[in-house]
Design a protein around this ligand. Structure first.
Ligand code: PA5
Length: 444
């Protein structure tokens, strides 16, 4: 089970910048728990994903695994989760096995052109993922792939799996009209909370990750994170800690700092979840994706001595799965003698010591930090990490008194794009866009 260490946010560890036990009593956090347990929001369907029927996902995963390439088209929650799963649980997959996976989550023409140069569509399965079924970026790339398949005389129904809302949206209509293979995003599961449904699990099954194990982890962590006891519920305590540090101590940034290359993409997944869920009505906490030890030599100076507005959340790994011992090198250059202290240690020892050293250094400098300890990065514990952060986000949003499940702030940009790209009904937005272009004068 993952464990969370809150020692270094308390006054005893970091002095005046820390929290007192009595601070935790100032807030009616039971209410936050009740809003979740009584299902006060329509989007809480992610809590039920641990018990979903996996048979169709496994069947299509097996089908997709027979191809040489898989192209995933999606953006935001429809891409960050699958990518985090692949990089954490099958690092270097594309160098070692098939299908090679390409996750195209942008509309950068160069990227898609390069992907199309690399793959033979005859041996390629396309997984188009969009919960709404209408996101411009995803639909644009899907239209390009659709036409490319047709140009090659390939049967769309054999090369496309669509993952979308059960009933709503244009993509679901296309699925029905063309009898495409498809999987469902339950209507009560929001995009950035959807990694543990077909959105992430089809890729998992395709590349040999057992989604049953992922969900077992989810069900086990949920069993301890769905109660209102902050002494035993780490997600509620995490949320309350973030809230208190923010409101009492001016902490506005949350840095996710896993000591593992495998969790780089997980940090990106977390950043979307945290930013899009919490940043509204003038409130929110800015996430920053990081990785240790790399960022000790890039960011740590700022976190140590820059503005005291950050909470650093370490993820410490107990068992890295593989290891290498640093050799003792016979060398005539004296400089090597200075490095001999490293000889005989394992790399896992070095990375763990560095993680703890950063923890100690931040603590000595009164910078709040939390450490999440994960026994190993396998499907079971990775499922726990996903669900833990989803629950932390939901609790934190409720404590901040905002709706963590909507994203009204991204609509305006979308509408302006629709206007400029000629979508019906968006003429006023097109005009606004054109006026803006004319008004831009301070270009030097
Ligand atoms: O959390 C969300 O709902 C969004 O970030 C979506 O994941 C993103 O906009 C992509 O949406 P869709 O899956 O509908 O294409």
């Amino acid at each position: 089970m993952i464990k969370v260490d809150f020692t270094n946010v308390m006054v005893d560890s970091i002095g005046q910048r820390g929290l007192k036990s009595s601070d935790y009593e100032l807030i009616n956090y039971t209410l936050a728990f009740r809003k979740i347990s009584s299902r006060s929001y329509a989007e809480l369907g992610f809590l039920d994903l641990w018990k979903q029927d996996l048979s169709e996902i496994k069947r299509l995963g097996k089908y997709a695994s027979g191809f040489d390439n898989m192209i995933i088209l999606g953006i935001g929650g429809s891409a960050l989760g699958p990518r985090a799963i692949m990089e954490a649980l099958k690092p270097f997959h594309n160098f070692k096995a098939k299908p090679k996976v390409f996750i195209y989550d942008n509309v950068d023409p160069l990227t898609l052109s390069e992907i199309l140069d690399l793959v033979d569509l005859k041996n390629t399965i396309i997984n188009v993922i969009t919960k709404s079924g209408s996101t411009a970026e995803t639909m644009a790339s899907f239209m390009i792939l659709w036409q490319s398949l047709k140009d090659k005389g390939l049967d769309i129904t054999k090369h496309v799996i669509a993952t979308t809302d059960t009933q709503k949206g244009d993509l679901r209509k296309i699925v029905n009209d063309y009898k495409l293979m498809s999987l469902e995003v339950p209507s009560n599961v929001g995009g950035r909370f959807s990694v543990l449904c077909a959105v992430g699990l089809l890729l998992a099954e395709t590349i040999g990750i057992d989604s049953t194990e992922l969900l077992k982890g989810v069900s086990d962590i949920d069993a301890i994170c769905l109660n209102d006891n902050i002494s035993t519920n780490p997600a509620l305590r995490f949320a309350l800690t973030c809230y208190l540090l923010h409101t009492i101590k001016g902490i506005n940034m949350t840095i996710l700092f896993p000591y593992s290359d495998q969790l780089r993409r997980f940090s990106e997944w977390f950043c979307q979840l945290w930013a899009e869920s919490l940043g509204k009505e003038g409130r929110g906490l800015t996430p920053y994706p990081s990785v240790g030890t790399t960022d000790q030599h890039s960011q740590l100076q700022l976190w140590m001595e820059g503005p005291a507005d950050k909470l650093v959340v370490f993820i410490a790994i107990d068992d890295y799965g593989r290891d290498i011992t640093i050799p003792s090198i016979e060398c005539k250059f004296n400089d090597f003698a200075n490095q001999s202290y490293l000889s005989g240690h394992k790399l896992s020892n070095l990375i763990k010591v560095e993680q703890e050293a950063s923890e100690i250094a931040l603590t000595k400098n009164s910078r709040p930090n939390i450490t999440i300890k994960i026994p190993k990065i396998d499907a079971y514990h990775f499922g726990q990490l996903f669900s833990f952060f989803e629950l932390c986000t939901a609790y934190t949003g409720i404590l901040l008194n905002i709706n963590p499940f909507d994203q009204p702030g991204v609509e305006e940009g979308k509408n302006l794009t629709y206007g400029m790209m000629g979508k019906k009904g968006y003429d006023a937005k097109r005009q606004e866009f054109e006026e803006y272009r004319k008004m831009k004068r301070l270009i030097i």
